[in-house]
Design a protein around this ligand. Structure first.
Ligand code: FE2
Length: 396
């Protein structure tokens, strides 16, 4: 049986109170109205990078941010309180133990290492209720509105199954690293370019600079809650390399084939962490994530690179064949809307096509280490030479 890693709840209201009292992130210090065409990127690198230390982050850490993540895989408590988990169910909020608050405070340092422990052990972890219901609604609304700005002609298709026929030959895709660009589902566009479905359900994804170019996604990506997670994962100077809004709409939402994120966003040494936030419940029926637990310990299986052969129509190429991953190795990970799934760059994961009548929208972005770690110049996605990836904070 595939037991998921432990989860915990975030007291988001508490975080919001602390956010305003402790730190004013430069990345969100604007009052721009939401909208994908709003050019916010210029404001991102202009402000000072927040200097974060443990004391500041301790204040930011909500009382419950890790209160349920101290379970070991055997169901006992990392805090050695003697408690045992009542239910081994990712979707159920359980309280680890009855530690009094003083004991929880005394265990604060240990809490800072638990997220790292879980990801290093399994390759991924889930935090329940990372976003508040209001935040989920705001981001979901912003995502649902994205299709209104999608191109009405020369629609580009994104497919992980037929990439050599679609995005790998497409300048529109290759240049999308610092732009908001729109990619349609393979089954939503006819050969003549006409839509086969309603425009509101035709998109596969929008990427890859929502975190800088759209106020709503910018606010979430550079929130103190995200910085807190990065801190707990040990990032010294994390930067956001890319962001995407994934639609996975009913009927047309396609499969994402098994892959490692390091195939696309390779750093040396490995540092990339994916933040994946479902805005609607992700279920077995509508295409939740599936992981091969522990597969992050098996290295990087292949990479997706800018093609050095400039005479080839293939602008992007894989350096090795597609590995075969038995489907029985995968562990389904259904999660509720507003959860945060943290994904190690080398853990193999996939999602099925959406065969339900309910959409599975999600916002996702990737954070890399920029201190003592190098982002590969061979990766398909490259930042403009004058605009490095925006930094979330620098640990002093
Ligand atoms: Fe991925």
């Amino acid at each position: 049986m595939c037991a998921n890693v432990v989860t915990h709840s975030v007291n988001a209201g508490h975080v919001e109170q602390q956010r305003s009292a402790v730190s004013k992130p430069s990345h969100t210090g604007h009052s721009a109205r939401p909208g994908p065409n709003r050019q916010l990127r210029r404001a991102v690198p202009a402000g000072p990078i927040p200097q974060m230390d443990r004391a500041t982050l301790a204040e930011l850490a909500p009382a419950g941010i890790n209160s349920q993540s101290h379970w070991t895989s055997s169901g006992t408590c990392h805090y050695s309180c003697g408690g045992t988990r009542r239910r081994n169910d990712v979707a159920t909020k359980v309280t680890c133990c009855d530690q009094p608050n003083e004991q929880r405070q005394a265990s604060r340092f240990l809490r800072f290492s638990v997220l790292s422990f879980q990801i290093l052990e399994n390759g991924y972890t889930v935090i329940d209720d990372f976003l508040t219901p209001d935040e989920v609604s705001e981001v979901l609304e912003a995502g649902k509105n994205l299709h209104k700005d999608a191109p009405k002609e020369e629609r580009k298709v994104f497919s992980t199954i037929n990439s050599s026929k679609t995005q790998s030959r497409d300048q529109y895709f290759i240049e999308s690293g610092d732009k908001v660009r729109y990619f349609f589902e393979e089954g939503a566009v006819a050969e003549n370019g006409e839509l086969l479905v309603d425009p509101s359900v035709a998109l596969n994804k929008v990427g890859h600079a929502l975190h800088t170019d759209h106020a709503v996604f910018n606010k979430i990506t550079f929130s103190n809650r995200v910085k807190e997670v990065c801190w707990q994962l040990g990032f010294q100077k994390p930067a956001c390399a890319q962001s995407m809004y994934i639609f996975k709409n009913p009927g047309v939402g396609g499969e994402v084939k098994p892959h490692q994120d390091a195939t696309y966003l390779y750093t040396e040494p490995s540092s990339t962490i994916g933040f994946w936030i479902p805005l609607e419940d992700a279920t077995l029926q509508n295409g939740c994530l599936h992981f091969i637990k522990g597969s992050h310990k098996s290295g990087v299986h292949r990479r997706y690179l800018r093609n050095p052969d400039k005479s080839s129509p293939e602008l992007l190429v894989y350096d090795r064949p597609d590995p075969l991953y038995p489907r029985s190795n995968f562990c389904a990970t259904p999660v509720r809307a507003g959860s945060l799934v943290l994904i190690h760059s080398q853990v193999v994961h996939r999602s099925d096509a959406n065969r339900s009548d309910r959409s599975r929208h999600a916002y996702t972005f990737h954070v890399i280490e920029t201190e003592n770690s190098t982002y590969s110049s061979e990766n398909w996605l490259q930042p403009p030479t004058d605009q490095p990836f925006p930094v979330l904070y620098e640990r002093d």
